[in-house]
Design a protein around this ligand. Sequence first.
Ligand code: MN
Length: 333
Amino acid sequence: MSVTERDPVLVESGPTAPTGPGVPGEPELLLPREVPLGGPRAMLVQRSLPQRRRSLIGAWCFLDHYGPDDVSQRGMRVPGHPHTGLQTVTWLFEGEVEHRDTTGAVAVVRPGEMNLMTAGLGVAHSEYSTPGTTRVHGAQLWVALPDGAATGNRAFEHYVPPLLRVAGAEVRVFLGEWLGATGGPRTFTRLFGAEVVLRAGTEWRVPVDARDEIGVLVDRGVVAVEGVTTRRSQLVALPPGRTELELRAEPGEDARVLVLGGEPFASPIVMWWNFVGRDHDDIVRARADWQRQVDAAKAGEPADGRFGPHPASWGGTVLPAPELPTVRLKPRS
Ligand code: MN
């Protein structure tokens, strides 16, 4: 998915100060903002990360939640656009999306199947709902890459996590290691992401690593997250210090949540548009490198370079980068 806000949110972030051992910080309820994905009659998504109060949970640096949306009249359409310094994690609850990228991968993303694209120094992809898809419902997540991996090779991986039953809930750990699940693609920092379905009116307590920051996003139902009432598209962020996570689904409707966690991200980052970099100059270079490929594509020439060769089917239909802000982007340290 691509950031298409008129004024792309600038996020400058340094390492989070960890809370002392055994002293869990207070849960923080983060309300999403509604953002159009771009174009006329654009699909609206609920963006929970980044925001001014918090830019990261572990290495998780971006979270869009959307749907269920009727796309029978006009499909979800996100033309070719670039990424740097991050991994995109696509997780659907409903619908099918065709993914194409500059690793050469063509994949149909389906519910319960995780698709992971690693940008490294640069990758570009497009996402279109399939012709038979009338409703889309899912989450688009980004993981910031640490030094080394952030300038590494591009890659695309597909993973179908097993369905686990843990303490009465249905759990799918789609990335990283949690609750004994270890089967997914490798990650570059210690982190995990999982879908959890809780029966209405039940309480769920499971272990978490006290070093981790944890986030819980509600997709369906109403859930008390460490006692904080949390509704659809809302995110609760929990600082390090907990050894147990407590969720309670309110009576009436089964609840579905995403649980994200990981060690606090150690490197300063600058996020602008679809790029994650270490400083302003990283972003300026990424933008210029992408615009060269956009210009080639629009001129009908072969578009190749830092972001890899465009799939032939894209033609000139790719997203140009917005103008850079006039201020210099500075990471906090
Ligand atoms: Mn994208």
